[in-house]
Write a protein that binds this ligand. Structure first.
Ligand code: ADP
Length: 471
């Protein structure tokens, strides 16, 4: 049995902007099922209610450069896993997790350096651990503090550090002026430390000061060591490649399962697909698409509208697609203003074929998974991607670009893949899907094949457990 303390900036169901939260919501429970003791630390954002939480530390004072910052710690058990919340309202009680009104908070370095110091407080006083498992740049400084400021502290001597990269695009890179706010040894501001072309790079700290580095699919582990996907850190990752492992994320089938999903119109399974048609009818109704749309293939999209997601490719072919093909489209997402405008104009131009919702909507994301026939993910890069795995379980065949976790999880007849990052290749993949859909018996057999695939967390949790033990 190992004691594992995870630190991250989000965890479902408390705070979520993307797949990172899904991982923190499910992996700890899977590790616990294998006999480990696991706790998770996240910041206490304003959106997290403290009802039902216990205050376990009244005032934990953190000194960072010229700052003295009061925090307090709260805790509760969820799904058998202990969660700690770092409360510091002036840093974390804000409209968004990392940004508001399209702009990152100017003090994000201070917010997450404070968080990292608080994690060490919890490790020291509340949850002694064998393994500290850090996720993405927001928690990466924990490793730097542990291996420098507290290097000789007997309490931490045997702690091993695992750092998981969920998305290398976001590195926590700040101007050199922030270094004085971090309370780090001055020697760290150099290329062997966390200096990066004159800036401070939090992600680098995670890579340099961990005992093992993981990322969320085997394919992405290889990709990030190349200039195309390395976002400038490919050289560093190649230098540390002997410690780099690709472990695929799993799916929380407790939440994403058409046999039990409370958000969808009718439950269904691989053995009884009738409910899927009812879900499509329900979605078509909610979207206000014409009643005869049941006989038209429906493609769904649930995504952050971000550069990563390759929606610019879709924008290049969308008009041709809807002019030439009998196909409907339902989307859910928000983000990049240009893409939002594009999707708005698309639904205005093709009101009988295209409908969407701008924003975050958990219920609708489930309804689209269940109600669509196909699911679109044309990502430029995709560390793991969860929606394609959800789609497979819902019999909603994914159309994906063969990159990262998309390439690792979609094989053979259960989806439609394209390789080159080109609009023509995407259009070909969509057309392959539309052609396949027109053979109902074959389509049903593809759906059943997809729905029987298993990406549960158990297998991934075994891999993480083995990695922890090897350290
Ligand atoms: P990423 O983490 O890069 O955003 P993933 O595919 O790993 O991509 O995970 C995305 C998660 O966020 C999925 O659970 C998906 O359903 C959810 N999601 C994304 N956008 C929305 C939205 N607008 N409304 C509801 N859920 C969303």
């Amino acid at each position: 049995m190992l004691r594992i303390l995870m630190a991250a900036s989000e965890a479902a169901p408390f705070a979520k902007t993307g797949g990172l939260a899904d991982v923190l919501g499910a992996l700890p429970a899977a590790l616990k099922d294998q006999g480990n003791e696991v706790a998770v630390v996240i910041p206490r954002y304003g959106s997290i209610s403290l009802d039902g939480c216990e205050r376990v530390w009244d005032s934990y004072l953190i000194y960072l450069g010229p700052h003295a910052i009061h925090t307090s710690f709260w805790t509760r058990v969820h799904d058998g896993v202990r969660f700690y919340f770092v409360d510091c309202p002036w840093l974390f009680d804000r409209p968004g997790l990392y940004s508001a009104y399209g702009h990152d908070y100017a003090d994000n370095h201070l917010r997450f350096a404070t968080f990292c110091q608080a994690v060490l407080g919890i490790l020291r006083f509340l949850f002694h651990a064998d393994i500290v498992h850090l996720h993405d740049w927001q928690s990466a400084l924990v490793g730097a503090y542990l291996r420098t400021r507290f290097n000789l502290d007997p309490l931490f001597r045997d702690v091993r550090i695992v750092f998981t990269i969920h998305n290398l695009e976001h590195q926590g890179r700040f101007g050199p002026h922030v270094f004085a706010d971090l309370g780090l040894d001055p020697w760290l501001y150099q290329p062997e430390g966390i200096e990066y072309y004159g800036d401070v790079n939090f992600m680098k700290a995670g890579i340099v000061f961990s005992d093992a580095i993981t990322t969320v699919s085997p394919r992405y582990a290889a990709e990030i060591q190349t200039p195309e996907f390395g976002f400038g850190l490919d050289g560093l990752l190649r230098a540390h490649s002997s410690r780099l492992h690709g472990i695929l994320n799993g799916v929380d089938y407790g939440e994403w399962n058409p046999e039990t999903d409370p958000y969808i119109h009718s439950r269904y399974s691989a053995d009884d697909l009738a409910g899927k048609a009812a879900c499509k009818r329900d979605l078509v109704g909610e979207a206000g698409l014409p009643a005869d749309s049941q006989d038209t293939p429906l493609i769904g999209l649930v995504s952050r509208f971000a550069w990563q997601k390759g929606l610019d490719l879709f924008a290049e072919i969308a008009w041709q697609l809807f002019l030439e093909e009998d196909v409907n489209f339902v989307f859910l997402g928000s983000g990049d203003r240009t893409l939002e405008k594009f999707f708005a104009s698309l639904s205005e131009r093709f009101p009988r074929k295209v409908w969407g919702y701008f924003g975050y909507n958990h219920r609708l994301s489930h309804k689209i998974e269940a109600g669509a026939d196909m699911f679109l993910m044309p990502s430029r890069f995709e560390p793991c991607g969860l929606n394609q795995m959800y789609s497979l379980r819902y019999g909603t065949l994914p159309i994906v670009r063969a990159t990262g976790g998309l390439d690792d999880t979609v094989h053979g007849r259960v989806g439609f893949k394209f390789w080159g990052y080109s609009p023509a290749d995407l259009l070909l993949a969509i057309r392959a899907g539309l052609t396949a859909w027109r053979d109902p018996a074959d389509w049903r057999s593809r759906m059943r094949e997809a729905m029987r695939l298993d990406f549960s967390w158990t297998e991934s949790a075994i891999r993480y457990s083995n990695l922890y033990k090897s350290l």
